[in-house]
Design a protein around this ligand. Structure first.
Ligand SMILES: [Zn+2]
Length: 490
């Protein structure tokens, strides 16, 4: 029997002036707007949601809070803030409160706030019901069942360069790596969340935190672009194959959008219910870096978004459910069985099967297996078999180059009567555009790798040289349409 009201959280915080006792959010007694009531009912119908409490949330206090008190097992635990990360302005930021056992990750975009609270005794979600109306949900992290068959293609031996580095000695100081993710929501998936952009921000916040938790802070996952595509979910295999497939009439826009916005990894958010997520391949290349994920809150609690991208990078499940030794014998998730469910846990790529066989239920933690790090004093992996961190270490740079590789391959002149009609060259800060004849209005747009529009130029002459001295060093993408064909150059 689910209860509608429960008392969970008291937020007290140290403000900038070190005053203890400010309240970050309180129970709300205000009647819900019609829009909020509809979302409340939608969330309440989800079997993963145990109960819902309406709350007032103060965004400014969230921003300035130095710590947060959360109620775990009827005990108030103070969790310190690790960081406030402002994305581009004061209305677009995320916060991380964490200690060795508790993690609170919240993302704010305008009035939309989304995030999850993981503690050993329970999982909670903060959701926006409507503009300025918020709820705290108690979530059953085990309601959504996992299936070990969440990969379409088995590993194919086509990554020899990374296999070589996998067997070698890791460089002592890694270079900073940025992997850009492009996320498509089906219409139903977009309707399942309060704000698609902030939803992705929130998943990337969790994922970047998992990398930071596992000494992989040199890797950053960024959002290249978020959009909604018209498609009706069938099941995960069909949805993902259609997302991945080109010229099949289903979601084909991903392929041009990926080139336009520079997406290394493509994620489809879909409301199919047979799984929480599915990846196209283990250790994907630039052509197979596609996965599909459910926006269900129960799946969020298992970090499915990060898990599926982990497969694309080359990570495998724990050996109880998958003992395949390619591409990396050491690339498995890790399960730790303690003396009870509460003291047992599993890393990002590990399943619950080994725990269930032992009569336990193990929560998935926001860490990648790694023998050199500990969780409550226990090593989180082994050198020979359970070191997903090393897989990330080996492959992150290759994955971060997927979009660039595709773009390099896409620079082919448009041919009409066997003569190139349009060409773009970039040399010494000058972008040269040559057009044999101008038959239509032409606009060239330059984007940065985050999809921000940097410059738009109307092309009026057959030969144009555009000086780009004022751009910072980095990867940019110039696109134009000519004779109804998209033309892209990096
Ligand atoms: Zn999996």
């Amino acid at each position: 029997m689910r209860t509608n009201i429960f008392s969970f959280i008291v937020i007290a915080l140290l403000s900038a002036s070190q005053v203890f006792g400010q309240i970050c959010w309180t129970k709300s007694n205000k009647p819900l707007s019609k829009e909020a009531q509809e979302r409340y009912d939608y969330l309440y119908a989800n079997p993963s949601v145990i109960s819902i409490e309406l709350i007032n949330l103060d965004i400014n206090e969230l921003y300035t809070a130095k710590s947060m008190n959360i109620n775990t097992n009827e005990q108030l635990v103070r969790v310190n803030k690790l960081k406030t990360n402002v994305r581009d302005n004061i209305n677009n930021f995320d916060v991380v409160f964490a200690d060795s056992e508790n993690e609170v990750l919240l993302s704010v975009l305008g009035k939309d706030i989304q995030g999850n609270i993981h503690s050993p005794s329970a999982s909670y979600s903060i959701q926006t019901l409507a503009d300025g109306e918020y709820a705290l949900l108690k979530v059953d992290a085990d309601a959504m069942k996992e299936d070990v068959n969440d990969i379409i293609d088995e590993y194919e031996k086509n990554h020899t360069e990374e296999l070589l580095s996998g067997g070698g000695i890791l460089p002592p100081s890694p270079v900073a790596v940025t992997i850009k993710v492009i996320v498509a929501f089906t219409t139903a998936a977009a309707n399942a969340v309060s704000n698609t952009t902030n939803y992705v921000n929130c998943r990337l916040l969790e994922m970047n935190q998992s990398l930071s938790n596992s000494s992989l802070s040199h890797i950053t996952i960024l959002s290249a672009y978020v959009y909604t595509t018209s498609y009706t979910a069938v099941n995960f295999t069909t949805d993902l194959n259609r997302f991945y497939g080109n010229n099949d009439g289903c979601m084909d826009d991903i392929h041009t959008k990926r080139l336009t916005y520079g997406g290394d990894v493509c994620v489809l958010m879909t409301t199919s219910t047979d799984l929480c997520g599915k990846a196209k391949a283990i250790a994907a290349d630039e052509n197979t870096a596609f996965c599909a994920v459910s926006p269900n809150i129960g799946c969020e609690m298992k970090y499915t978004f990060s898990h599926e991208i982990g497969h694309l990078v080359g990570c495998r499940h724990d050996t109880y459910v998958d003992n395949t030794s390619t591409p990396y014998a050491y690339g498995h998730g890790y399960v730790y069985l303690g003396s009870s469910s509460a003291s047992s846990w599993r890393t990002m790529m590990a399943y619950d099967n080994k725990c269930t066989a032992a009569g336990y239920n193990c929560a998935r933690i926001n860490y990648w297996s790694y023998p050199n790090a500990t969780y409550n004093g226990i090593a989180m992996g082994t050198t020979s078999t359970n070191n997903n961190r090393r897989v990330w270490y080996n492959r992150a740079q290759s994955v971060a180059g997927f979009a660039e590789k595709l773009l390099a391959g896409s620079v082919t002149p448009v041919l009409l009567n066997n003569r190139p009609k349009l060409s773009i060259q970039y040399r010494n800060n000058v972008l040269s555009i040559n057009i044999n004849e101008i038959t239509e209005e032409l606009t060239l747009t330059i984007y940065d790798i985050w999809g921000n529009q940097i410059k738009t130029i109307n092309l009026q002459h057959q030969n144009e040289n555009i000086q780009l001295d004022n751009l910072q060093n980095g990867l940019y993408i110039a696109t134009t349409k000519y004779n109804s064909q998209l033309f892209v150059v990096k």
